[in-house]
Design a binder for this molecule. Sequence first.
Ligand SMILES: [Zn+2]
Ligand SMILES: [Zn+2]
Length: 396
Amino acid sequence: MSNKGLVLILLTFCTLNTNLPLCGTAAGQDDGKIKIRLRTEQKNETVILKAATGKFIIKVFPGFGAEVEEGKSVAITLFGNRLACKVGDHKALVADSVIFSSTSAACRFTITAPGEKDERKTYTGSLSAYHDLNGLLLINECKTEDYIAGVVRAEGGPGKHPEYARTLALITRTYTERYFSKHLSDGYNLCDGTHCQVYNGITGDTMIINAVRSTSDKVITTPDSILIISAFHSNCGGETSPSEFVWLTSLPYLSKVTDTFCTSSRNAVWEKKLSVEEWTGALKTYGYEGHVNKPAPFVFSQPARVMNYTAGSFSVPFNLLRTTLGLRSSWFSVSADGDSLVLRGRGYGHGVGLCQEGALAMALKGYRYEDIIRFYYKGVVITDSRYARRPPEVKK
Ligand SMILES: [Zn+2]
Ligand SMILES: [Zn+2]
């Protein structure tokens, strides 16, 4: 059959004049594929899709289909509450939706805004474009395992050690499975921003790709098969934080762990000097009403992690102070230095769950990924995703 004939048949089978995803698998149906919203944290008015490797087929609804040869581009722009699509030498078409699909598993495409040079982010599968209230809605459907490898690269950096990469692969797959329906009502599974998991396209890092393949389908669950919240952070400073210090919910697998593996790593300690005014300014955000301008009343020692900072009768969770002051962690002591205050802290990140620098140190010492995961997440089970369940409350 000619490709033109194929396009015609595809157009016939697809519903026309609708803003809902067309011809794809419904989000939420796990068939080894996933729908990711791309460029979530950018305001998209015009994007350029380029067939970087292989041939693509573009379908512009209603009523147009064409092939896009390797190296050729397509421009999609907002046009009122619809889209305008420019394909090669054809005049621009007004569309309700556009679908750009690869013709083989080897195909790669890039997506950029005009003037943007970064074409290093490459994607597989298909890209659907729609108009929504915030601009262009760009949904990439690709293989879930390709997506997981891309997230491991984006969240954990290049492959550093095979067991560390396997550890991150399980964490990422567990999140993906647990929150697979997070954006179901928006027409996709997960977004590519920090709201879900950062995804900057596929990766060519063979250590990461092999780590994802060699742990295929493995996830982390509680003993009763519930997919865990696979929280992680950069460095715990020597002690992870119980989940209730940060999210007010106590989970047995996110309890405190004493970690000697990360304490000589890059992000193990930090220090910050503040004026008393800067410190009391932060406290006032949480209701502090004093007018003290000497450092002594604010001194506080935190040799082990505690939930709240106290000064006299005033109290506030350390985690909130961390956010307000943009501190590297919530585990720090406050001491006086002349007329100023010095915060001496440990770790980097919220401190809950797996400590990345500790996990890497464990891998380098010869621990396997199962040991690393069970060290940071207490009492968990590593199992095949077929035997895992999402907790009933996880929808959005
Ligand atoms: Zn999201
Ligand atoms: Zn640690």
